[in-house]
Design a protein around this ligand. Structure first.
Ligand SMILES: Nc1ncnc2c1ncn2[C@@H]1O[C@H](COP(=O)(O)OP(=O)(O)OP(=O)(O)O)[C@@H](O)[C@H]1O
Ligand SMILES: [Mg+2]
Length: 293
């Protein structure tokens, strides 16, 4: 009797367990269907997001392209019309001195156009900069040669203070030169209409960092911060006198060199820009010996 009872109880337990598991399975199937629906919805949302993002990227690229075209058109338009005027003048000038004057001005205009294309080259080869050991003092000399004529023409005095024999950093010579040119050009234009125009340049090393400061006694930054000034197309200059790209490009170049570019107003007047780059430390003879082994 007991055995039979045990069998019956066992069968009941099994049946009950089976019922529960069937109910579980039904529930699971329901949950699975919901999940599938949710996944499908999420996938759709994702494709929509992707579409929206690429649309946004496309339209902001177009917007940037529009801004760039406007800037370049203005920037080149002015020297082109000036060039036409001087060419006409040179054509009609009987006087040799006047003709020479026109030709000199044409030279200045050509320099300006060269500097615009030089600046824009940055966008033509993004991320293609090859790094090698460069001496910042030589970079400075290269930059100086390119602005020397402008300094003279605008009557700007330059005071240079070089504190080292060599300042070696890992970098791209042309791009670093561009940074210095941009800073110098900014100082030159800040000095327009100022008395006693002076730019001071200091090159040195402090705690494994190469430091270049460029200070001027121009009109100063006003309330502008570096964050604002480094925004592409941010400019306080009249159209045709600046694209607002100099500091945007310079900051990008400095960052790609692992450095920093800071700006502040001078103590008395003008602006001070500080460029900091990590110094490439010379290999000690010891290290070379170890490497050889
Ligand atoms: N040395 C400086 N003194 C005073 N203001 C400066 C100086 N350097 C930069 N600025 C301010 O920062 C702004 C942005 O400079 P940035 O070099 O990026 O563009 P830009 O000089 O106006 O045009 P671009 O460099 O494209 O010809 C300038 O318009 C100016 O207002
Ligand atoms: Mg500039």
């Amino acid at each position: 009797g007991l055995v039979i009872l045990a069998i019956i109880l066992r069968a009941q337990r099994i049946r009950q367990a089976l019922r529960i598991s069937q109910a579980d399975r039904r529930e699971l199937r329901g949950a699975n269907a919901l999940l599938a629906l949710e996944i499908e919805e999420r996938r759709m949302a994702e494709t929509q997001l992707e579409k929206a993002q690429s649309e946004l990227a496309r339209s902001s690229k177009l917007a940037a392209l529009g801004q760039l075209s406007a800037s370049v058109t203005h920037e080149l338009g002015q020297p082109i019309s000036a060039m036409q005027n001087y060419l006409k003048a040179a054509e009609f000038d009987k006087d040799n001195d006047e003709r020479k004057n026109s030709l000199e001005r044409l030279g200045g205009i050509a320099r300006r156009m060269v500097s615009i294309t030089r600046q824009l080259r940055f966008f033509a080869q993004p991320g293609q900069s090859t790094m090698e050991q460069v001496d910042l003092i030589r970079v400075w000399k290269g930059a100086f040669l390119l602005v020397e004529a402008d300094l003279k023409q605008k009557g700007v005095k330059l005071k240079v203070n070089i504190g080292e024999e060599k300042i070696i950093v890992l970098g791209n010579r042309l791009r670093l030169e561009q940074v210095l040119i941009n800073l110098l050009r900014n100082s030159i234009s800040a000095l327009e209409d100022q008395k006693n125009k002076t730019i001071k340049v200091d090159l040195g090393i402090e705690r494994d960092m190469a430091i270049i400061t460029i200070s001027d006694n121009g009109h100063g930054l006003g309330a502008q911060t570096m964050d604002q000034m480094k925004e592409p197309f941010h400019t306080t200059k009249a159209s045709g006198n600046g694209m607002g790209l100099g500091l945007a490009i310079s900051t990008a170049i400095v960052v790609e060199h692992g450095g920093q570019l800071r700006a502040e107003n001078g103590k008395k007047s003008g602006a001070v820009f500080t460029l900091e780059l990590p110094v490439e430390l010379p290999l000690e003879l010891d290290d070379l010996g170890k490497k050889g082994k």
